[in-house]
Write a protein that binds this ligand. Structure first.
Ligand code: AMP
Ligand code: FE
Ligand code: FE
Ligand code: ZN
Length: 281
């Protein structure tokens, strides 16, 4: 039994709808998954029902964009009740910050006389600005022949530190962990192997996380062992997933990284508790 705990849908910057994603999961022989869209849990308006129809197990999830000392850090949250009011308010605040960041990025494109507008982005991807991410900018730049490829768009304009990148305001890592814990969820360091900054890595590992993402699509076996050893030492849980987005990230195939039923159940038990607590409120 394999469970992929990291994937994206059209609710953020993924390319598949929830039902398409669940069909792919079924075909890949996964027993279940968590959908971890960036700064949103709107996939869960339909995901529980659609998963049930396909006999797939599913737990709540999201990937929160945070900052630590002005450096971007992604946190995965699991097992919260998707109806939790405070957690929903926190996510809404993250979306407001994403909206503002996107507006600032649009200004930088305008300053460079590169025509890419608010309306074009919202219309082309059929979503509100607060759910738009850099991959949407990249796709539009390609379609407008400003960039020749995804790589080109990121390399020239969108990647961290490039011409039209804005880091923006985001919750601190500590704020995000606290918001997840307030909803009695688990907070996990996403793809820790891409943190090429030893002091940032050290500081994150001293924080109040519940786990780290020890299995990840592109992570080699040696690096995996490093993260497995660290989490064992801390008594943290080891999560894993593919970070599937769709065709734009061919290496991140759904199910290319996964966790066992034992880990999934640990998350599922917590979520069931949270749902029950809420039902009795
Ligand atoms: P955002 O959440 O808007 O800051 O965009 C972050 C997303 O952009 C990540 O989750 C990736 O999907 C994608 N991304 C970030 N950096 C790169 C890059 N250098 N090349 C390709 N995709 C990237
Ligand atoms: Fe993404
Ligand atoms: Fe991420
Ligand atoms: Zn992701």
């Amino acid at each position: 039994m394999r469970y992929d705990l990291h994937c994206h849908t059209v609710h953020s910057d993924g390319e598949k709808t929830v039902s398409e994603l669940l069909d792919i999961a079924k075909n890949a022989n996964l027993a279940g998954l968590s959908i971890t869209d960036h700064d949103t849990i709107s996939a869960y308006d339909e995901a529980f029902e659609l998963a049930k129809e396909r006999s797939l197990e599913i737990i709540s999830g999201t990937e929160i964009s945070c900052l630590h000392n002005q450096k971007p850090v992604h946190i995965l949250a699991y097992s919260f009740c998707t109806k939790d009011e405070k957690f929903n308010l926190f996510i809404k605040e993250c979306q407001r910050m994403r909206y503002e960041r996107n507006i600032e990025m649009l200004k930088l494109f305008a300053e460079r006389k590169i025509s890419i507008t608010f309306e074009e982005l919202e219309e082309r991807f059929n979503k509100k600005m607060h759910a738009i991410g850099r991959p949407h900018f990249a796709k539009l730049l390609i379609e407008k022949e400003v960039a020749s490829s995804f790589y080109d768009a990121f390399n020239r304009y969108l990647a961290d530190g490039k011409k039209c990148f804005v880091i923006g305001r985001r919750p601190s890592v500590e704020e995000a962990i606290d918001a997840v814990h307030l909803a009695n969820g688990f907070a996990v360091i996403a793809h820790p192997h891409i943190i090429h900054d030893s002091s940032l890595e050290k500081e994150l590992l001293e924080m109040n996380f519940d786990g780290l993402e020890g299995y990840y699509a592109k992570m080699g076996p040696n690096r995996e062992q490093k993260w497995v050893a660290i989490s064992k030492n801390k008594n943290w849980m080891i999560t894993g997933g593919s970070d599937f987005h769709g065709e734009s990230k061919p290496i991140n195939q759904l199910g290319s990284s996964w966790v066992s039923q034992e880990t999934f159940n640990q998350l599922k038990v917590r979520q069931d508790e949270n749902e029950q607590l809420r039902a009795h409120q």
